[in-house]
Ligand binder design. Structure first.
Ligand code: PLP
Length: 436
C-alpha cells in the first residue's frame, strides 16, 4: 500500500510516510485506497495482536516491513483492550478500556506501534557509522510519556521529551522523566506552545536535523493512527458475531486521532453502526457540524486537558475521507461537555457504578446519558471509549469521588523509578547542546 498527502502529490511508501510524519506540502498522509474487509473473513474473539496483523496486512503489502508484521504486532499489542459491560445502565452499554498500556492511556497503542515500526525502519536504513535517530516530542503531558515508554531501549533511537516546566501534573511529570537510558527529558521554561516552537525550530534547522537524524513522533503520524483502528475493528467484529449487530461508539475527542481511526475502521467495512464524538468545552468540531463553518481557535483549558485542542488537525483527514459538513453530518455526531458536567458525571458514575472514570472518559458518559435521545439508546448497544485510567488524573478525580483511586500495577512500578531531567530555556540551541 502507498500513502498520499490529503493535499495531493506523489504517493510514498509506508516507511517514508512513517519517518516523515507530515507530508512535505503540509498535508497528512492517508492510504491511497482503503482496503475493504468482509465480515466473514475476520477472526472472531482473536487475541488483539493476531487481529491487528489481520487488519494491518494490506497496509504493509509491498513494504520492507511486510514480513515483520506479525512480530511488530506481537511487540506493539502486548496489552489488551477489553470491552466491559457497565452495571446499572438503562440499555446495553459497554466501556472499551484503552488504558491497560504502560502509561495507562490509549496513546500507548499508537506510540508503541510507531516505536516498533520506526526502530525497524531505522535499523534497515542504518549504516555502521550512522547516528542514532533522535525522536523529538513536545508534550503537554500524555503524549510524551507514551512515546518515551515506547522508545525506551529501542535500538538505534533516542528520544528528547520537551515538556513545559511546572505545567504538567506530578504523575505526568514522573512518566516523562523516569526513563534514563536513551530518553532525554527536558523541562522547558514556558508553556506547551514554547515546547512546540522549539521542536519546530529543530526540524526546520536542516543542518542539525540531518546531523542528529531528527524524527518526529507527533500524533498526526500515520503510524500512530493505523493501530488505533484495530480495537474498533476487533470489538465491532466480536459484537457482530455475538448479536448480529456491530458497535456504536462514543469517542472522547481532542485532536481527532482516536475517533478518526474509528472512521477508518468503519470505511474499511467493519460493522460500526454509529460514531459519536464527545468533546470538552473546546467545541470546534460540534460547531462545525452544526453550522458548516470551520472556525478553529485557541484552546481553552479544561478538566479533560488531553482534549484541549481548538484546531483539531485530523479534521483534514476526516474531510478527505467523508467530505464536508453536509456529508459528515450524515455519518458523525458531536457533542460538547462543560467542566461542570464532567465533574458531575464523574461523581454520578461513581455513585452508580462504584468506578471512578477519568475526566476524558466522563465526557463520553455525559454524552451517552444526557445528550443522546431515548430513541438513540433504546435497544441499542453503545460503547464508550475509556481513554485513560482515572489514577492518572488523581488530583481531579479523588476530591470528586472522596476516595483514593488505586493505581494500576504498571503505572505504580513507573512511579517508583527515580526521575531525572534538566531545565532549559525555550531555545533550540539548548537542546542541541545536549545532543553532543
Ligand atoms: C489524547 C487524549 C484524548 C484525545 O484523543 P485525540 O486522538 O486527540 O482525539 C482523549 N483522552 C485522553 C486521555 C488522551 O490522552
Amino acid at each position: 500500500m502507498r500513502f498520499i498527502s490529503t493535499r495531493g502529490g506523489e504517493p510514498v511508501a509506508l516507511e517514508d510516510a512513517i519517518m516523515a510524519g507530515t507530508a512535505p506540502d503540509g498535508g497528512l498522509y492517508v492510504p491511497v485506497e482503503l482496503p475493504a474487509f468482509d465480515q466473514q473473513s475476520a477472526p472472531v474473539d482473536a487475541p488483539i495482536n493476531d487481529f491487528a496483523a489481520h487488519v494491518l496486512r494490506p497496509f504493509f503489502e509491498g513494504s520492507s516491513l511486510e514480513t515483520e508484521l506479525e512480530s511488530i504486532c506481537d511487540e506493539a499489542f502486548n496489552f489488551p483492550a477489553p470491552l466491559r459491560g457497565v452495571q446499572n445502565a438503562p440499555d446495553a452499554l459497554s466501556v472499551l478500556e484503552l488504558f491497560h498500556g504502560p502509561t495507562a492511556a490509549f496513546k500507548d497503542f499508537g506510540a508503541r506501534f510507531l516505536a516498533t515500526t520506526m526502530s525497524r525502519i531505522i535499523q534497515q536504513r542504518q549504516t555502521p557509522d550512522s547516528e542514532p535517530a533522535t525522536i523529538v516530542v513536545a508534550t503537554s503531558g500524555d503524549t510524551g510519556g507514551a512515546v518515551a515508554a515506547a522508545f525506551h531501549r529501542q535500538p538505534g533511537t533516542r528520544v528528547v521529551v520537551l515538556f513545559p516546566e511546572g505545567r504538567v501534573s506530578p504523575r505526568q511529570q514522573h512518566q516523562l522523566t523516569c526513563w534514563g537510558d536513551n530518553i532525554i527529558s527536558l523541562a522547558v521554561k514556558g508553556e506547551f506552545d514554547d515546547c512546540q516552537r522549539v521542536a519546530k525550530a529543530l526540524f526546520a534547522d536542516t543542518e542539525s536535523s540531518a546531523r542528529f537524524n531528527l524524527c518526529s513522533a507527533n500524533s498526526i503520524n500515520v503510524g500512530r493512527l493505523l493501530p488505533q483502528s484495530v480495537y474498533y475493528a476487533k470489538t465491532s467484529t466480536d459484537l457482530h458475531a455475538e448479536r448480529g449487530e456491530g458497535g456504536r461508539y462514543i469517542v472522547p475527542t481532542g485532536n481527532l486521532g482516536n475517533a478518526f481511526a474509528c472512521a477508518w475502521a468503519k470505511s474499511m467495512g467493519f460493522p460500526i453502526e454509529e460514531l459519536v464524538l464527545a468533546t470538552n468545552a473546546n467545541k470546534t468540531i460540534p460547531e462545525y457540524l452544526d453550522s458548516g463553518e470551520w472556525q478553529p481557535r485557541g484552546s481553552i483549558a479544561t478538566l479533560a486537558s488531553a482534549m484541549d485542542v481548538g484546531n483539531p488537525s485530523n479534521m483534514e483527514r476526516l474531510r478527505h475521507l467523508w467530505g464536508d459538513a453536509d456529508n459528515l453530518r450524515t455519518r458523525v455526531r458531536a457533542f460538547s461537555v462543560t467542566d461542570e458536567q464532567i465533574s458531575a458525571q464523574i461523581r454520578h458514575e461513581f455513585e452508580r457504578q462504584g468506578i471512578a472514570w477519568c475526566p476524558h472518559t466522563a465526557t463520553g458518559f455525559h454524552v451517552y446519558r444526557h445528550q443522546l435521545g431515548d430513541d438513540d439508546r433504546a435497544g441499542k448497544h453503545w460503547i464508550i471509549a475509556a481513554t485513560a485510567h482515572a489514577a492518572k488524573f488523581d488530583e481531579i478525580v479523588e476530591p470528586l469521588v472522596g476516595e483514593t483511586v488505586a493505581v494500576p500495577d504498571e503505572l505504580a512500578r513507573l512511579l517508583e523509578w527515580p526521575a531525572q531531567f534538566a531545565t532549559i530555556s525555550a531555545d533550540p540551541a539548548e537542546v542541541l547542546a545536549r545532543l553532543g
